[in-house]
Design a protein around this ligand. Structure first.
Ligand code: FRU
Length: 498
C-alpha cells in the first residue's frame, strides 16, 4: 500500500548544497497540500524535525533550535535550525545555524544545549562522524552565537572521544552552571552495552575533566541513554533522560523508547550522585514524547520543551515530506518530590475572543453534548463534579464514528486514552491505548488541540498526555458524555505559523 521511497545512505548523508535546487521546491509544494499542518506548534518547513536543542534565554529573547533534516522525512544528515521568541508562543524562524560541514560533524550536528555566557550563547553539541568503514565517532563540540545570531564553531573539539570503557554511542551534551564551574552531562553506553550518563567539569568551557558516571539508580538503564537533562534547584534535582531498551520492570512503558525522569532531594557534586532519588517515572502518559529539554529561566521558572515524535516509527505525514513537531513549552513545578507539568501562562495569549461555556448541571444523568469547533485549533478547560465518570471524544465527526476518546472515572482515578479511531493509523505495533491512574479527586482537564497534535494536562499538571493524531477534515467536533455535572470553557486559538 505504501509507496515509500527507499533512501540510500548516499542520499541521506549528501551535503545539503549538492541537492538540486528543485528538490526543496517540490517538497514545499507537497507540504503545502497537507491537512495536518500545525497552527501554533513548531514544525519543520520540509523534511524531518527531531529533538529540541539549545532551549535558552539570551539577549532578551527565548531561543530554541531543533534537529533538522530538510531534504526528506527521514533521519538524514542533521543540522540545527534556529527560532527566537519574545513570549514563548510566537516563534520567528531564523534558519539553519549549524551545518554538518566540519571535519568533526560531517555526518550530523547532533543534539545539545545552550548556555548564555556574558554577551554570547555557548552551544554544546555532538558531532557525528562516520569513517570509511562506517564506524561512528562522536565528538563533543562547541560554538558561540553572538547577539546578531551569527554562529562561530569552536575549532577544537571539547572532547574527542568517550573515556576508556565506553563506546562511541556518546552524545547530547547538556552544559550548565554549577557553583563556580560548568558541568556537562552526556548520554553514554559502556562496553557492556548499558546506558549511562557521564558528567564532566570545566572552569572555561573549553577543557573538560571527566567526573565519571552520574549515580541515580541501581537498575540497568537499557543499552543507551540519550538526551540527559539535569536540573539542580535550591530544593531538588530533576533528571530527565531517554533510556533505550529499558527493562519494563524498571518503569512500565509502551512507546518504543520512553522519556523518563527521577526527582532527588539534591545533587551531591562530590560523589556525583543524586541524593535519595524517586523511582523512575514516565514524563508523559501519551504516545509520542521524547528528548525533552528543560532549563531554569532567568525568571526562575523551570521550562521544558519536547520532541513530539519517536525514533524508528513511521508517521502519516512522512508521505507528505514532513515529519514531527515540538510540544508547546511547559512549566515544571516540583512539590514534595512530585512533578507537575503545566501550560505556561503565555499560552493565554493564543486565545481568540471570549470563551464559549460548556456546562452541565449536576442533576443531569447520562446526558451528552456535542460542540462543533470552527477549526481544530482550540483550548478546552473542563472541571468535573466529584466522582464523575464519562467519555470525552475530541476530533469527532458528526456521526461520531471517529475521534480520540478519553475515558475517565474520577472515583477510581482512572484514565484511558484511545487513538485507534482518531484518523490515519500508525505505530500499530505499540498499541492505540494508554491507561493510567491519577489522584482520586474531582477531575480537571486542560486540553490543547492543534490540527494533528493533542496535549492534555490533567489535575493541574499531575499528568500530561501528548499525542499526534491525523484526523480527516470533517473531524472537528467535541462530544462529551458524562454522568455528572461539569463546568467548561472553549477558546479558539490563533495561528502563529504562516
Ligand atoms: C535522540 C537522538 C539523539 C541524537 C539526535 C540525532 O532523538 O538520537 O541522541 O543526538 O537524536 O538526531
Amino acid at each position: 500500500m505504501s509507496n515509500k521511497k527507499i533512501w540510500t545512505k548516499e542520499e541521506r548523508y549528501r551535503p545539503y548544497q549538492e541537492w538540486d535546487k528543485q528538490h526543496l521546491a517540490l517538497l514545499q509544494q507537497k507540504v503545502a497540500d497537507s491537512n495536518w499542518r500545525l497552527g501554533y506548534h513548531i514544525q519543520p518547513n520540509t523534511g524531518l524535525l527531531n529533538d529540541p536543542n539549545g532551549f535558552s534565554f539570551f539577549n532578551n529573547q527565548w531561543h530554541v533550535f531543533y534537529q533538522s533534516y530538510p531534504m526528506g522525512a527521514v533521519h538524514g544528515v542533521k543540522s540545527w535550525y534556529h527560532l527566537t521568541s519574545d513570549n514563548l508562543v510566537d516563534w520567528k524562524e531564523e534558519g539553519t545555524k549549524i551545518f554538518p560541514d566540519g571535519l568533526y560533524d560531517s555526518h550530523g550536528v547532533y543534539s545539545g544545549t545552550a548556555l548564555a555566557v556574558s554577551d554570547h550563547l555557548f552551544l554544546a553539541y555532538t558531532g557525528n562522524v562516520r569513517d570509511a568503514d562506517w564506524v561512528r565517532h562522536s565528538y563533543q563540540l562547541g560554538a558561540w552565537m553572538d547577539g546578531s545570531g551569527a554562529v562561530q564553531k569552536i575549532e577544537k573539539p571539547l572532547l574527542t572521544a568517550s573515556p576508556a570503557g565506553y563506546t562511541s554511542e556518546f552524545r547530547d551534551p547538556q552544559v550548565f552552571r554549577y557553583e563556580d564551574n560548568y558541568l556537562m552531562a552526556i548520554g553514554a553506553q559502556n562496553e557492556a552495552e548499558e546506558g549511562k550518563i557521564l558528567t564532566y567539569q570545566s572552569s572555561d568551557l573549553l577543557t573538560w575533566q571527566c567526573k565519571g558516571e552520574l549515580e541515580f539508580t541501581d537498575k540497568k538503564m537499557g543499552f543507551m541513554i540519550e538526551c540527559p537533562n539535569l536540573l539542580v534547584t535550591e530544593d531538588a534535582a530533576l533528571l530527565i533522560f531517554c533510556p533505550q531498551g529499558l527493562e519494563k520492570d524498571s518503569c512500565f512503558y509502551e512507546n518504543i523508547y520512553p522519556n523518563t525522569y527521577v526527582i532527588a532531594d539534591s545533587y551531591d557534586h562530590e560523589s556525583n550522585r543524586l541524593v535519595d532519588p524517586t523511582i523512575l517515572k514516565n514524563l508523559d502518559e501519551g504516545f509520542d514524547v521524547y528528548a525533552t529539554q528543560a532549563f531554569q529561566a532567568p525568571d526562575n521558572r523551570l521550562l521544558s520543551i519536547s520532541w513530539v515524535g519517536l525514533p524508528e516509527i513511521d508517521y502519516p505525514t512522512d508521505q507528505e515530506e514532513w515529519a514531527h513537531c515540538l510540544s508547546s513549552v511547559k512549566e515544571l513545578v516540583i512539590k514534595e518530590k512530585q512533578l507537575y507539568q503545566r501550560p505556561i501562562a503565555e499560552m493565554e495569549q493564543l486565545r481568540i475572543g471570549e470563551a464559549v461555556d460548556i456546562n452541565q448541571d449536576s442533576s443531569s444523568q447520562d446526558s451528552s453534548s456535542f460542540v462543533e469547533t470552527k477549526t481544530n485549533q482550540y483550548e478546552l478547560l473542563l472541571s468535573f463534579d466529584p466522582l464523575s465518570k464519562g467519555t470525552l471524544t475530541l476530533c469527532t465527526d458528526k456521526e461520531q464514528n471517529q475521534g480520540l476518546t478519553i475515558n475517565f472515572d474520577s472515583q477510581h482515578g482512572k484514565i484511558t486514552i484511545d487513538r485507534s479511531q482518531a484518523g490515519a493509523v500508525f505505530a500499530e505495533e505499540y498499541g492505540f491505548v494508554r491507561s493510567f491512574t491519577v489522584e482520586q479527586k474531582p477531575l480537571d482537564l486542560q486540553i490543547f488541540v492543534d490540527s494533528s497534535i493533542v496535549e492534555i494536562f490533567i489535575n493541574e499538571g499531575e499528568k500530561v498526555v501528548t499525542m499526534r493524531i491525523f484526523p480527516e477534515a470533517d473531524q472537528t467536533g467535541i462530544h462529551l458524555a458524562c454522568d455528572g455535572g461539569y463546568q467548561g470553557k472553549l477558546w479558539q486559538l490563533r495561528k502563529t505559523n504562516q
